[in-house]
Design a protein around this ligand. Structure first.
Ligand SMILES: Nc1ncnc2c1ncn2[C@@H]1O[C@H](COP(=O)(O)OP(=O)(O)OP(=O)(O)O)[C@@H](O)[C@H]1O
Length: 681
């Protein structure tokens, strides 16, 4: 018989047609899916003492039936089954509406356990179900499933029961015995049983522990397998740079690298030199100095005779990187070019030719880099900045442009460790966890919109000292053109206010690229002192002379985004300020503002963001590939996540730990076709 736990649920009795459809809608296709469809909560059926319960609480009470019940009819075909029970010295009334058939279970002199809603004024219980009598076995917990209109709790529960009875022995055990012992985990079979049919709280806790670990472990194994495949199937490029050249280059920089920068440079360079394909995520808080690390990696690549590409999400950022890299590379005869959507056709053609014949060493650009006609002679390294803004597909296209070049992803959004491990688990991670010396922490204040006028004076007190300021405009959800209107209004207001003393500039997404460049350039050169902008400047912009950041509607941004915006100031040696203008209506909104004023630690903020908003909101769950675990939660189960990751990393090197059965279970869970080989070597 080839019916198995991996077969369609339709092999169960009573599953066909509409019911099958309803199950499918809940994501239940196979018997295993059904058994893994866990209750989202349990009804506590533990018997309570009368002295411990409050009015309208749902409780379980146990007593002795005083006399046989009576049935009253009322209204149209409505009935009331009424009886009294004695609970020690007390007597209470119990009423069941419209369930006259229960009469047979209620017998004078017998013990009975009833679940219902307590009415303390009347000393009565509105019965919901009889959970223990002479004829019914008593449970302390009852599973509650999230169901749809087309399928009922009871039906689902009965199907789960049927599936368990038939297929319990086939419930896959993925976790090797050695790990189970180490983490004192029960078997998956026991866990599945206890998830659906727990008899006490302890059992249900043990079950959750097992399921959480199993989910996280399976996911981490999957990442490890993918990564192994990537490493073994595709050999990377060996970038054999000259250490002495690299040292000279680093020594020529205008500043000494921080210890953290040195560490990540070492990590990246070791990867470049190895014949493996590098997939590394470089994480660093705003202003921590990632650009220079990218520059060093690009230099090493060029030194070894390869080309490098740096892909960024906005033209403004591309321009900015072009400028700073050109300054560094020009004296060394490293040729750099900028390629964006607004590069003129003639220049574009030239750049493409030079990339193809190898006379251009480094190209910096936006998504224009991934167009089909862009070909490289010897692409060795691809760096993508702010990688979560690019889709996976776009990254792949760029990667495929060479002979499997090394890849470095940079992100200024401090991804919480929890997320980094889950989402980017297949990558190596380098972290810059230190800011260059001499930075003064940014002072953040939160004001109400009506106090905005006073900020104008404050800004001026900074302008007087020769510094510059950003003003980020209110957000309009529905329409970018309304955002622009807001920006224009504020721009006009400020331009009038500072007229004759300071120049105010305006920047928004609807402007042409050339206009944006001009205004950015003017701001960089301090010809414009106050830049009014929509959020287009959010990522990467580096004007160290700017010391004030005013953010309108601050409560409508996530903490990570606010931190990004705030990170545009405090990039030099001058003291900087951030003013949040907001009138949050919700408590969470207020808490967010408060947290912002209390810390400038980007990692802490993004952890908080995750707590307050949930991981889905941080990058958009679908895009980020944050897996939808059934029970595990990457924030609260962080400890288990780390353990699972470490174990997966070890185990992938020691396949002997897997028995045929666990190996098969893992293969099924990871979703690897039979024809593919799980690569362990
Ligand atoms: N080791 C260092 N010592 C002093 N200044 C440094 C050092 N490293 C970088 N800087 C300077 O710090 C500023 C911020 O660096 P950079 O623009 O690379 O930050 P970033 O990590 O890209 O930040 P963001 O993600 O916000 O763009 C720049 O002006 C840069 O020249």
């Amino acid at each position: 018989m080839d019916e198995s736990i991996y077969s369609s649920v339709s092999i169960l009795k009573g599953v066909a047609g509409k019911r099958l459809e309803a199950l499918n809608q809940l994501g239940i296709y196979t018997v295993l899916d059904l058994l893994s469809y866990y209750p989202f909560r349990y009804e506590d059926l533990q018997v309570k003492d009368l002295s411990d319960i409050t009015d309208q609480e749902k409780v379980t009470l146990k007593g002795v039936v005083i006399a046989d019940p009576v049935i009253n009819s009322f209204g149209y075909r409505k009935t009331r089954l009424i009886f009294r029970i004695a609970i020690e010295q007390d007597v209470i009334m119990v009423t069941f509406f419209n369930q006259p058939y229960l009469k047979g279970q209620v017998k004078a002199g017998e013990e009975i356990t009833i679940y219902g809603r307590w009415d303390s004024k009347r000393s009565s219980l509105a019965g919901m179900k009889i959970i223990g009598s002479k004829t019914a076995e008593q449970k302390e917990f009852e599973a509650v499933y999230s169901v749809s209109k087309s399928i009922q709790q009871k039906t689902l529960f009965n199907l789960v029961t049927q599936a368990y009875e038939l297929f319990a022995d086939q419930i896959p055990e993925i976790i090797p015995v050695s790990l189970k012992e180490k983490y004192r985990l029960i078997s998956h079979k026991e866990a599945v049983y206890a998830m659906h049919f727990p008899t006490d709280e302890e059992q249900s806790k043990q079950a959750r522990r097992q399921i959480i670990f199993e989910e996280l472990f399976t996911f981490q194994m999957k990442l490890q397998v993918l990564r192994r495949q990537e490493k073994s199937v595709k050999q990377g490029i060996e970038i054999a740079y000259h250490v002495a050249h690299l040292r000279t280059f680093i020594a020529s920089l205008p500043f000494e690298l921080t210890a953290a920068q040195k560490r990540v440079v070492n990590e990246i360079c070791a990867d470049l030199k190895s014949p493996y394909h590098m997939q590394r995520l470089l994480q660093g808080d705003v202003g921590s100095g990632k650009t220079i690390v990218a520059a060093i990696a690009l230099f090493a690549t060029v030194d070894a005779g390869f080309q490098g590409a740096l892909m960024v999400p906005t033209e403004i950022l591309a321009e900015q990187h072009m400028e700073s890299l050109d300054q560094l590379f020009d004296p060394l005869q490293v040729k750099v070019a900028l390629l964006t959507g607004s590069t003129k056709p003639k220049l574009r053609k030239e750049i493409l030719e030079q990339l193809a014949n190898g006379s251009l060493d480094v190209v910096i650009g936006t998504h224009a880099l991934i167009q089909e006609d862009v070909q490289f002679k010897q692409l060795g390294l691809v760096i993508t900045d702010e990688q979560h803004r690019f889709g996976v597909e776009q990254r792949k296209i760029l990667r495929n442009k060479g002979n499997n070049p090394d890849v470095l992803f940079m992100t200024a959004t401090p991804i919480p460790r929890t997320l980094a491990i889950t989402v980017f688990g297949e990558m190596d991670v380098s972290i810059i966890d230190e800011l260059p010396a001499g930075r003064i922490p940014i002072e953040t204040t939160w004001i109400r919109p009506k106090m905005f006028e006073s900020t104008l004076e404050f800004i001026e007190s900074e302008l007087v000292k020769g510094a510059q300021a950003y003003v980020i405009c209110p957000l309009i959800e529905e329409s970018e053109s309304l955002d622009v209107k807001n920006a224009v209004d504020i721009y006009e207001k400020l331009a009038t206010y500072y007229e004759g003393r300071y120049q105010v500039g305006l920047l928004h997404g609807k402007m042409k690229a050339a206009e944006k460049d001009t205004i950015m350039q003017q701001f960089k050169e301090n010809q414009v002192q106050v830049l009014v902008s929509t959020t287009v400047i959010e990522v990467g912009v580096n004007v160290p002379n700017a010391t004030t950041m005013v953010i309108y509607d601050a409560d409508r941004f996530g903490l990570s985004q606010l931190h990004q915006l705030r990170g545009r100031v405090g990039r030099g040696s001058k003291k900087s300020y951030c003013i949040l203008v907001a009138n949050p209506k919700t408590e969470i909104g207020q808490e967010r503002m408060k947290i912002m004023t209390e810390t400038t630690d980007g990692f802490l903020l993004s952890e908080k963001d995750l707590e307050l908003r949930g991981s889905g909101d941080l990058f958009g769950r679908k895009q980020s590939g944050v897996p939808d675990f059934k029970v595990a939660d990457i924030v609260t189960d962080f400890g288990a996540l780390e353990a699972a990751r470490n174990e997966a990393q070890q185990l992938i090197k020691q396949p002997a730990f897997f028995t045929d059965a666990t190996y098969h279970a893992l293969r099924m869970a990871v979703g690897i076709e039979d024809t593919e080989k799980l690569s362990f070597d």
